[in-house]
Design a binder for this molecule. Structure first.
Ligand SMILES: *Cc1c(COP(=O)(O)O)cnc(C)c1O
Length: 383
C-alpha cells in the first residue's frame, strides 16, 4: 500500500506561475489590472472567440450570462441534473426556475432528443454542461435554441480544450462559461471566464462584474488619470484579480501539453480496467475533442459486490482519493423542497448518480501514482 494519501485533483503549479505571482505582488497592482487583460486576450485567442471577460468564478460567469440574456423571475431555464450544484444555483439566483432534462446514460450529457418537450412559453435559455470535458451535441442543441429564440449558455467548467461537432467550445455558443477552480484543467485558485461573439454582451458583462460601474472603472487609479464612472445598474463584485491572472497566463500555456498527458493516463486506465465489471467512459464521438477532465467509472453492486460508497471508502483506506461527480442535483434537499423535484423524475441521471465515482487524473500524478490507483481498483473490483 502507498505511504502517502493521493489527493484527488491536486493542482500542478509551476515555477513560472510562482515567479509571476511574486512579480505581481511586488508591482503594487494586485487587483484587477493589466494581467487580467493579458489573460483575457490569451484565453480569447485560445478558444477563438471575439470577446472574453474574466470573473472570479464559473458560478459568477453563469449568473452574469443568465442576466445579460435577460433571464429573471418567472422565467424558466433548462439544464441537466448531472452537474455541479452551481449550474442550477446560478439559475435560481436570477429568480428563474431551474428545469431539468434527463441525460444520455452513455455520454452523461443532456439528451438533445428530450429538450424540445421541456420548452414552455416561459423558457429563456438552455444551459448544457460538457460533462467531464466530453462535448454535448451542439449542432442539434444550437438548431433548437435558434429556432425557438432561446439563448445557449454553455457550462464549460470541464471543457476548456473541448471541440464539439459545431466547433471549438467557447467560439460557437451565445455565451460560454469556464472555471479555473483548483481542480479544473486550468487553475487560478478561484476564477472564471465568459466568452461570447457579441460586443454588447461583453461590455455589459464587464459592467455587471464590477459594481455596475461604466468605463473600465478599474483603471480609475492608473496613470491614465482619474475619470468619473457612472453606476449603470446594481452590479456585483465578480472581478478577477491580477494575482489570479498571473497563475492563469502560465497555466494556459501548458493546457494542450497537459491534455496529452491526461490522454495517456486515460488510455492506461482503459486498458487496465478492460476485463473488470466496471463501466468505463465511452470513447468520444469521431471528429470531436474530449478535454479529459474526469475519468468516471460506474460501480454496480450486483456485478462488483460493493456499492459505490463502499468502493469509495475502501479506496480511501488504500490512500487513493476519489471524487463523486455528481449526486444528481434534483436529489439535493433545496431542489426537492423549493422546486418539488423527487427521486424518479430523471432515471438516467439517478442511475449515474448512484454508481459513479471519479478516479485521480490530475497533472501532479506520477506514473507510480497511476499504477497504485490501478492496483487498488483492480483488487477491489475482483480481479
Ligand atoms: C466547478 C464547476 C462549476 C463552478 O465553478 P466555480 O469556478 O467553482 O464557480 C460549475 N459547473 C460545473 C460543471 C463545475 O464542475
Amino acid at each position: 500500500m502507498r505511504d502517502e494519501f493521493l489527493v484527488f485533483g491536486a493542482p500542478q503549479i509551476g515555477e513560472e506561475e510562482i515567479a509571476e505571482v511574486v512579480a505581481t505582488l511586488r508591482s503594487g497592482w494586485i487587483g484587477t489590472g493589466p494581467k487580467v487583460g493579458l489573460f483575457e486576450q490569451a484565453f480569447r485567442e485560445y478558444v477563438g472567440a471575439e470577446f472574453a471577460v474574466a470573473v472570479n468564478s464559473c458560478t459568477a460567469a453563469l449568473h452574469l450570462s443568465l442576466l445579460v440574456s435577460g433571464v429573471g423571475p418567472g422565467d424558466e431555464v433548462i439544464t441537466t441534473p448531472m452537474t455541479f450544484c452551481a449550474t442550477a444555483n446560478a439559475i435560481a439566483h436570477t429568480g428563474a426556475k431551474p428545469v431539468f432534462v434527463d441525460i444520455d446514460r452513455r455520454t452523461l450529457n443532456l439528451d438533445p432528443a428530450r429538450l424540445e418537450a421541456a420548452i414552455t412559453p416561459r423558457t429563456r435559455a438552455i444551459v448544457p454542461v460538457h460533462f467531464a470535458g466530453r462535448p454535448c451535441d451542439l449542432v442539434p442543441i444550437r438548431e433548437l435554441t435558434q429556432r425557438r429564440g432561446l439563448t445557449l449558455i454553455e457550462d464549460a467548467a470541464h471543457a476548456i480544450e473541448t471541440r464539439a461537432d459545431a466547433g471549438k467550445v467557447g467560439a460557437v455558443g451565445d455565451l460560454t462559461c469556464f472555471s479555473f477552480y483548483v481542480t479544473k484543467n486550468v487553475v487560478t485558485a478561484e476564477g472564471g471566464m465568459i466568452t461570447t461573439n457579441r460586443r454588447d454582451w461583453a461590455e455589459r458583462l464587464k459592467v455587471y462584474a464590477l459594481h455596475g460601474m461604466s468605463h473600465d472603472a478599474w483603471k480609475r487609479y492608473s496613470d491614465e488619470g482619474y475619470k468619473h464612472y457612472a453606476v449603470e445598474l446594481a452590479g456585483f463584485k465578480y472581478n478577477m484579480t491580477d494575482i489570479q491572472a498571473s497563475l492563469g497566463i502560465h497555466q494556459l500555456k501548458r493546457v494542450d501539453a497537459n491534455l496529452r498527458r491526461r490522454e495517456q493516463l486515460w488510455a492506461r486506465y482503459d486498458e487496465a480496467f478492460a476485463d473488470l465489471p466496471l463501466v468505463t467512459p465511452a470513447p468520444p464521438a469521431a471528429g470531436t475533442l474530449h478535454a479529459r477532465h474526469l475519468y468516471t467509472v460506474l460501480v454496480d453492486a450486483e456485478t462488483v459486490g460493493l456499492t459505490r460508497d463502499q468502493f469509495v471508502t475502501r479506496l480511501h483506506r488504500l490512500k487513493i482519493g476519489t471524487g463523486i461527480h455528481y449526486v444528481a442535483v434534483h436529489l439535493q434537499p433545496y431542489y426537492q423542497q423549493t422546486w418539488g423535484y423527487q427521486r424518479g423524475d430523471f432515471p438516467e441521471a439517478e442511475f449515474i448518480s448512484d454508481r459513479t465515482l471519479s478516479l485521480p487524473l490530475g497533472m501532479k500524478m506520477t506514473d507510480q501514482d497511476l499504477e497504485d490507483v490501478i492496483e487498488a481498483v483492480r483488487s477491489l473490483a475482483g480481479a
